[in-house]
Design a protein around this ligand. Structure first.
Ligand code: HEC
Ligand code: HEC
Length: 309
């Protein structure tokens, strides 16, 4: 009996088409109607003229042949890059630049991860930071001025709002300024606060178990050169990030205890982070996922040795 259907090709085609159609409707169209599948992103704004110019350069240079702009909802991806991507984030992306090849890391959460100065230097010389990087140098973008008229036409075509001041600004900016401005806006419509909250560790009673340990200091030196010296200088004297050897911590006089060093290395700092009443400006990346706790303590011991403490 059950085999009968296979002898009736027309009937079989109709029935199987109906079954597939029902499956499609349930899995594709039903979610379209459910409002919780389309969270409204309060912070989402159309690109500014400068950001859009940067986005055009991103496409022109084929950055998306090496970089994706979408974090999949998988645990490993979320741990590495942050909150997974939501459909609504791409509302102003014409065309979207998800990409499919990750020669370099995903960029969906790059906005705000580093200070502007980091990006300028990285685009000029990626190997200055990561000796094995195969990302090309884009130093020449510094020498090319933006074409305000061209960008205005793109803004008009996409119906993005702008003012004549926005356009006037452009003629003093380079392509490098534009690509950096674009980097800093990607992914910022999603707050990563919830993400960060999860990672916070209890700092109340913490003391450095590896203080003054010579082996830890040696390991800390290695880790510091690998991860930190690009922003804080080889000997913690400061560069893109503040000096670690002066008597200041987050722009206020008076050094803080080891646990606060641990805290800022583990959690990073965003605009709005406050530690002991001191307000951070942002730009310090978190290392809690990358480094083990004793590795972080080793770095703290190394910084203390630089300070002569
Ligand atoms: C040949 C492949 C390749 C191309 C093309 C390329 N990149 Fe990269 N990119 C990489 C690799 C590999 C890394 C990781 C090492 C590093 O940071 O230099 C990287 C890192 C980055 C980072 C730092 C990411 C992070 O989270 O630390 C940014 C930002 C970036 N690229 C932006 C760009 C932009 C914008 C372009 C186009 C103008 C571009 N890349 C073109 C390979 C590439
Ligand atoms: C991309 C650049 C960058 C990297 C890499 C970086 N930092 Fe920072 N760091 C900053 C910036 C910027 C601040 C200021 C934070 C703020 O204002 O929110 C900062 C602040 C700090 C502070 C507070 C010190 C003070 O005087 O204000 C410490 C401690 C610190 N970083 C340690 C480290 C360590 C250790 C590493 C490596 C594991 C590291 N940083 C890697 C940019 C960086």
């Amino acid at each position: 009996m059950a085999g009968e259907i296979y002898k009736k090709p027309v009937m079989f085609a109709i029935i199987s088409a109906a079954v597939i159609l029902i499956g499609t409707i349930v899995t594709m169209f039903a979610p379209m109607m459910m409002s919780h599948m389309h969270p409204k992103l309060e912070n989402l704004q159309p690109f500014t003229a400068l950001q859009l110019a940067g986005r055009d350069i991103y496409q022109r240079e084929g950055c998306n042949n090496c970089h994706t702009q979408t974090v999949r909802p998988l645990r490993t991806e979320v741990m590495r890059y942050g909150e997974y991507s939501k459909a609504g984030e791409y509302a102003y992306d014409f065309p979207f630049l998800w990409g499919s090849k990750r020669t370099g890391p995903d960029l969906a959460r790059i906005g705000g991860k580093y200070p502007d100065a980091w990006h300028y230097r990285h685009f000029e010389d990626p190997r200055g930071f990561y000796p094995k990087s195969n990302m090309p140098s884009y130093e020449w973008l510094k020498d090319r001025m933006l074409d305000a008229e061209d960008i205005q036409r793109h803004m008009d075509a996409l119906n993005f709002p702008y003012t004549s001041e926005n356009l006037a600004e452009l003629s003093e900016k380079t392509e490098m300024d534009a690509i950096v401005a674009y980097m800093q806006v990607i992914g910022t419509s999603i707050s990563s606060k919830a993400d960060k909250q999860k990672k916070r560790v209890d700092m109340e009673e913490m003391t450095n178990p590896l203080a003054k340990d010579p082996e830890a200091i040696a390991l800390g030196k290695e880790l510091f050169e690998e991860n930190c010296s690009m922003c804080h200088g080889d000997n913690g004297e400061g560069d893109i990030g503040p000096s670690l050897i002066d008597d200041m911590f987050l722009y206020a006089k008076g050094d803080l205890a080891d646990k606060h060093y641990f805290n800022i290395i583990y959690n990073g700092a965003d605009e709005g982070t406050v530690m002991e009443g001191r307000a951070a400006k942002g730009g310090m990346p978190p290392y809690g996922e990358e480094l083990q706790k004793d590795e972080i303590w080793s770095i703290v011991s190394f910084i203390r040795s630089l300070q002569g403490k």
